[in-house]
Design a protein around this ligand. Structure first.
Ligand code: FAS
Ligand code: PHB
Length: 385
């Protein structure tokens, strides 16, 4: 096969890049190890920044988002005896939307703008430092295949081959805790997300719809979900989220999914090597406390699609030349913000840390400057930040 851009990975980064390239008149083929059903079923991110909503809407992907998504003005920050609302619209003029990554994925597949080869194996990248890179793989019948391209886009997440196909420098921080996440068929007990600090550990009350709640608990690394039966999860969530505080109650319900997510920060630089461009989790991972993972993937491919249309349609290499630096500015800003939210809200067992964390929480909920800083970072910086 021959195309202009060979995209590895049909997650949100890969499919959105293919969609944006198609709108720009650039041909692409996507190769994906999993089935379309599997990719669409993965329960992951839940929050879209305003710039992500604007981008998706501007390219014809906003109809269901605006019909079924829920716009939130802000979040609650909670700790024993205190709960404070931060209004992002008042503070930074931007809102956020609750619309699951699974829904974004479905909208991208429904757009039908990506040519995807699913259930491939043995994906390999070749000659990425030359002007004639190519990808080899085996198709679902096990037959060897090859795609010759002008450019390869590595959108294959944190376990794919792309990040290893180029000389790079990487930065990593592994956190001493994980998240146990549950999905439950019960109406959320809050109108907007609650991020809660507690001596036992962090807890987050999010949601997917008026009838489906999404909640997380800080747990030690290596936690086995089987050690957390539903009753224990709800009991600990109630304690950490402040059940009974000022009359607020957490309503439990049937748990439909339970998983443990390790947390780390990872950045690989540069995000370009020759004709290989990295985007999304293939280049960076953030702890989910700042709700940035999916939004960063969207920001990366927005920049990358503009660069590749300019390079391949208009013969202008400048944006491709600056793609890595342009993308990394936002990557490092979001990496810092995600680290800051994580270290502010997760119990370390150290009393000095606890006092620093509580002081930060009192500051961001009482100082307009502090609250605005959090609002600006959480609700989203302009794509070209
Ligand atoms: P993805 O990982 O989504 O997609 C990469 C695709 O490449 C996958 O479909 C994979 O099958 C494919 N691939 C891999 N190797 C390949 C190969 N060799 N050949 C072909 N294809 C290959 N973010 C949040 O903001 N909030 C959350 O709560 C949250 N929860 C998460 C939970 C989990 C378990 C994980 C792993 C991530 C979570 N994230 C969360 C982050 C997540 O949303 C990512 O940021 C987002 O999926 C990034 O999208 P992509 O870059 O497209 O990577
Ligand atoms: C989610 O709804 O999955 C979610 C929301 C906010 C976060 C992390 C996850 O910071």
């Amino acid at each position: 096969m021959r195309t202009q851009v060979a995209i590895i990975g049909a997650g949100p980064a890969g499919l959105l890049l293919a969609h944006l390239l198609a709108r720009g008149g650039v041909d692409a083929i996507v190769v994906e190890t999993r089935s379309p059903e599997y990719v669409a079923s993965r329960i992951r991110a839940g929050i879209l920044e305003s710039s992500s909503v604007d981008l998706l809407t501007s390219v014809g992907l906003g109809e269901r988002l605006h019909a079924e998504g829920h716009e939130h003005r802000g979040i609650y920050l909670n700790w024993p005896g205190e709960r404070h609302h931060l209004d992002f619209v008042d503070l930074a003029g931007r809102s956020v939307w609750v619309y699951g990554q699974t829904e974004v994925q479905k909208d991208l597949v429904a757009a039908g703008t990506a040519s995807v080869v699913y259930e491939v194996g043995d994906t390999e990248l070749h000659d990425v430092g030359t002007e004639r890179p190519f990808v080899t793989f085996t198709d679902r019948e096990g037959r060897p295949q090859r795609i010759d391209a002008d450019v390869i886009a590595g959108c294959d997440g944190s376990f794919g081959p792309s990040r290893h196909a180029a000389p790079s420098e990487s930065y990593e921080r592994v956190y001493p805790y994980s998240w146990l996440g549950i999905l439950a068929d019960v109406a959320p007990s809050t109108d907007e997300l609650i991020y809660s600090w507690h001596p036992h550990g962090f807890a987050l009350h999010s949601m997917r719809s008026p009838t489906v709640s999404r909640l997380y608990l800080q747990v030690p690394n290596g936690t086995d979900p089987a050690d957390w039966p539903d009753d224990r999860v709800w009991e600990e969530l109630a304690l950490r989220l402040g059940h009974g505080q000022d009359g607020w109650k957490l309503t439990p319900g049937p748990v439909t999914d339970k998983s443990v997510l390790p947390m780390r920060s990872y950045v690989q630089t540069p995000m370009r090597h020759g004709r290989l461009f990295l985007a999304g989790d293939a280049a960076h991972i953030v702890p989910p406390t700042g709700a940035k993972g999916l939004n960063l993937a969207i920001a990366d491919v927005t920049l990358l699609s503009r660069a590749l249309v300019a390079l391949l349609k208009e013969g202008k290499p400048e944006l491709a030349g600056s793609y890595s630096d342009d993308a990394l500015r936002r990557v490092w800003r979001c990496t810092h913000f995600s680290w800051w939210m994580t270290t502010m809200l997760h119990a370390s067992g150290d009393e000095f840390d606890a006092q620093l964390q509580l002081s930060q929480l009192r500051w961001v909920t009482s100082s307009e400057a502090g609250a605005t800083g959090l609002a600006e970072n959480y609700a989203g910086l302009a794509i070209g930040f």
